[in-house]
Design a protein around this ligand. Structure first.
Ligand code: CAA
Ligand code: NAD
Length: 301
């Protein structure tokens, strides 16, 4: 058994240190969960301000969790909080961080070229055993991995927003992903306390392949003037028991990300009207109204 591999029946790389690239909504959430389950985490982004904001957010969320989980054991709660926060470090230099990491989870902008450039560069400096994973919502893992020479150590690890609350992770193997890598990603998801499902490396995997067409249909309905966004949201919450309506959820996901997904799928399927341009979405994104993260999207926050 090589160094860094577990000795259990299923061989997998033991993930001790995780590098998370992208300190936005998803990266910060993944960092929070990984740190609070005992992993050493380095969160990487392009500038210190974003990273400081992310760490502040993680601490705030953890305090909320601790207050509830350790209501009658405040000392144990404080210890948990300190330990989790000590597990988090930040950096703007991905190249140097990955030299000592077991797993890279990428959660940057939803753009194939940008993701390929990032992984292509990291591939040259990361140790041989390091596994690369993307949290992409809509892109092909095979396409992202193609910029690297570690196709066997590359997979999809798709989390859901908000990561600390949503219990699912989609774990994706491409036709080149090794069994050991796949098992390592499954095991890591389990260590984070998540339930995992798997499917082929198909656009949107399971959840977004079903969710996006539904959200886009709601946007078309609103654009046609068939119903107000408020009524559509109330209808889906009270009529279907969904926690958020499609417009609230779009604002929560981020309208910039929604547009990246639509544009990518539209380029790949130009004749499919489902992914045709949406005037309303384009206008909001052009105005910088990306949803909850910028204070305004379909709604104001
Ligand atoms: N960190 C830690 N805990 C958090 C949290 C965070 N960031 N955000 C919320 N919580 C916790 C709260 O503390 C609370 O905990 P308790 O139940 O123990 O009290 C619980 O979550 C519920 O939170 P709130 O009471 O504040 O709010 P809520 O009841 O309105 O729920 C919600 C908020 C969980 C976001 C809920 O509205 C929801 O499930 N919305 C739908 C989310 C969804 O569908 N996500 C998937 C999006 S698609 C995607 O992610 C894939 C993609 O690629 C685009
Ligand atoms: P976000 O806009 O909140 O955060 C993205 C972060 O990545 C930003 O802080 C940005 O500065 C940083 N970044 C961009 N390029 C970078 C680079 N080259 N190097 C380092 N950092 C870089 O976006 P998000 O909502 O966290 O989404 C991130 C990824 O996760 C996307 O691929 C998205 O499709 C996917 N995803 C999003 C959701 C969601 O609900 N928002 C759910 C699952 C998956």
């Amino acid at each position: 058994i090589c160094r860094g591999l577990s000795s259990s029946a299923v061989r997998h790389v033991v993930i001790k240190h995780v590098t998370i690239i992208g300190g936005g909504q998803m990266g910060a959430g993944i960092a929070q969960v990984a740190a609070s389950t005992g992993h050493a985490v380095t969160l990487v982004d392009t500038n210190e301000d974003i990273l400081k904001k992310a760490v502040k957010g993680i601490e705030g969320n953890l305090k909320r969790v601790v207050k509830k989980k350790f209501a009658d054991k405040p000392e144990a709660g404080e210890e948990f909080l300190q330990k989790a926060m000590q597990n988090v470090s930040i950096s703007t230099d991905a190249g140097s961080v990955v030299q000592g990491t077991d797993l890279v989870v990428e959660a940057i902008v939803e753009n194939l070229k940008v993701k390929q450039d990032l992984f292509g560069g990291l591939d040259k400096v990361a140790p041989a055993h390091t596994i690369f994973a993307s949290n992409t919502s809509s892109l092909s893992i095979t396409d992202i991995a193609s910029s690297t020479s570690r196709l066997d150590r590359f997979g999809g690890l798709h989390f859901f927003n908000p990561v600390p609350v949503m219990r699912l992770v989609e774990v994706i193997a491409t036709s080149s992903t090794s069994q050991e890598t796949f098992d390592s990603l499954l095991n890591f998801s389990k260590m984070l306390g998540k339930t995992s499902v798997s499917c082929k490396d198909t656009p949107g995997f399971i959840v977004n392949r079903l969710l996006l067409p539904y959200i886009l249909d709601a946007v078309r309905m609103y654009e046609r003037g068939d119903g107000s966004k408020e009524d559509i949201d109330i209808a889906m919450k009270l009529g279907c028991g969904y926690p958020m309506g499609p417009f609230e959820l779009s604002d929560y996901v981020g309208l910039d990300t929604m547009k990246f997904i639509m544009d990518g799928w539209s380029a790949a399927n130009p004749d499919n009207p489902m992914f045709a341009q949406s005037e309303v979405l384009n206008k909001l994104v052009a105005e910088g109204k990306f949803g909850k993260k910028t204070g305004e999207g379909f709604y104001k926050y």
